[in-house]
Ligand binder design. Structure first.
Ligand SMILES: Nc1ncnc2c1ncn2[C@@H]1O[C@H](COP(=O)(O)OP(=O)(O)OP(=O)(O)O)[C@@H](O)[C@H]1O
Ligand SMILES: [Mg+2]
Length: 344
C-alpha cells in the first residue's frame, strides 16, 4: 500500500507556489485552445478566500498573490429541460459509481452536486442512491423516511426501477431513492441469485433514458458497493484533502481488480476528485500532490474547496448549485461537470 511519508510534507511552499504560477501561465493558453477543460488553477482560485466570482468566459479571477486565471465558459443560458419519461433517445454516456470505502470523504456530496451540475449543462442524469443512509436522496430534497418504494424494492423485489425513479427540483436530475430499508439488502443479497449484478440488471431497461447514471455507494466494500462496481462503466473516487488520504485506496483497487476480472471487464477508473481542499493549508496542496503521484492524470484538475455552503446545502434539501448558486462550491462542481463531460 502506498503511504504518504512525512518527508513529503516538508517541501518548500515557495517551490509549490512557483509550480502553480507555471500552471497558471499555461492555463491561459490551454483555456483558449480547449475551452471547457476544468483547470486546477481556476479551482484553486475558487478555493481561495477571495470574493465569490460568477463563472463567465471573459472574467479573470484572482489566483495566489495577484496571478489571474480565466474562468471557463458559463453553461448554456437555457439548457434543454427533460421530462422523466419522454420519447427522446439518450445514449447512456456513462454509468459512474462514486466510491471510496472510507467514510465521510465527500462521496454523497460529490454525487449530488456533480449530478446537479451535469443537469444544468443539459445532461439528463439518474442519481442512484445505493447507500442506506440515503444522503443522496435527502440531498435532493426527497424525504427518505416517507417513500412508498425505494431502490431496495427493485434490487430485492419485483418493482421495476422505472417505478421507483422520481424527478427532483434540480433541472434534469432524477433520483432512484434509498431508505433505511436498504440496510437489509447487504445481508439479503448474500443468498440471492446473481447477487453482484442485481443493480446492473435493474438498470438496464432505464439506462437509455439518461445521459449519465451516477451511483452513490456506501462506505464499505460490501455487496451494495460491489453491485455499484458491477453496474458501472467507470469509477469516480472522491479523496479528501487530509492526512492518510490514500489509506485504504489500494484495498479499493484490489476490489476493483476482482470485479474487473470476474464480473465487469469494462470497468475503469474514470477519475479521482480532491474534496475539501483548503487553500490556506499547506497540507491540502501536499495531499493533492501525493494523490497525483498515485493516480496520475486520472485526478481531475478541479479541486473541490472546503466550503460551509457545500456542507449546509443538504440540510436545505438542495444541491449547492441551487442553494448558493454563484458561490465557489457551486462553481467548483460546475467546473468538475465540464471535465466529466470532456472525459465521457
Ligand atoms: N467540500 C466540502 N466542504 C465542506 N464540507 C463538506 C464538503 N464535502 C463534504 N462535506 C461534508 O463532509 C461530510 C461528509 O460528506 P459526505 O456525506 O459527502 O461524505 P461521504 O463520503 O458520502 O460519507 P459516507 O461515507 O458516510 O457516505 C458531510 O457533513 C458533508 O456536508
Ligand atoms: Mg455518503
Amino acid at each position: 500500500m502506498i503511504r504518504m511519508g512525512s518527508g513529503a510534507y516538508t517541501r518548500d511552499v515557495d517551490e509549490r507556489r512557483d509550480r502553480m504560477q507555471d500552471q497558471a501561465g499555461h492555463m491561459g493558453d490551454a483555456a483558449e485552445a480547449d475551452a471547457g477543460v476544468g483547470t486546477e488553477a481556476a479551482a484553486v482560485a475558487s478555493a481561495s478566500s477571495a470574493p465569490e466570482p460568477e463563472p463567465s468566459s471573459t472574467q479573470k479571477v484572482p489566483l495566489l498573490e495577484g496571478i489571474e486565471a480565466p474562468m471557463l465558459p458559463a453553461p448554456p443560458a437555457e439548457p434543454r429541460i427533460y421530462d422523466w419519461r419522454s420519447d427522446e433517445e439518450h445514449r447512456p454516456r456513462r454509468v459512474l459509481a462514486v466510491v471510496n470505502q472510507k467514510g465521510g470523504v465527500g462521496k454523497s456530496t460529490t454525487a449530488v452536486n456533480l449530478a446537479a451540475a451535469l443537469g444544468e449543462l443539459g445532461q439528463k442524469v439518474l442519481m442512484v442512491d445505493l447507500d442506506p443512509q440515503g444522503n443522496a436522496t435527502s440531498g435532493f430534497g426527497l424525504d427518505k423516511n416517507q417513500r412508498e418504494s425505494c431502490i431496495y424494492d427493485s434490487l430485492l423485489g419485483d418493482t421495476p426501477l422505472a417505478q421507483v425513479i422520481e424527478p427532483s427540483e434540480s433541472a434534469n436530475v432524477f433520483v432512484a431513492p434509498a431508505t433505511i430499508q436498504l440496510a437489509g439488502a447487504e445481508i439479503e443479497l448474500v443468498s440471492s441469485l446473481s447477487r453482484e449484478s442485481r443493480l446492473r440488471t435493474v438498470l438496464e431497461p432505464v439506462e437509455a433514458d439518461f445521459d449519465f447514471v451516477l451511483i452513490d455507494c456506501p462506505p464499505s466494500l460490501g455487496l451494495l458497493t460491489i453491485n455499484g462496481l458491477t453496474a458501472a462503466s467507470g469509477l469516480i473516487v472522491p479523496v479528501q484533502c487530509e492526512y492518510y488520504a490514500l489509506e485504504g485506496l489500494s484495498k479499493l483497487l484490489d476490489s476493483v481488480r476482482l470485479v474487473k476480472t470476474h464480473l465487469n471487464p469494462g470497468l475503469e477508473l474514470f477519475g479521482a476528485v480532491m474534496t475539501m481542499f483548503d487553500s490556506r493549508t499547506k497540507l491540502s496542496q501536499q495531499v493533492v500532490d501525493e494523490v497525483r503521484d498515485f493516480f496520475g492524470d486520472r485526478v481531475f484538475r478541479t479541486l473541490i474547496p472546503r466550503s460551509v455552503r457545500i456542507s449546509e446545502a443538504p440540510s436545505h434539501g438542495m444541491p449547492v448549485t441551487l442553494y448558493d448558486t454563484t458561490g465557489r462550491g457551486a462553481i467548483a462542481y460546475r467546473e468538475l461537470a465540464k471535465e466529466v463531460l470532456l472525459r465521457a
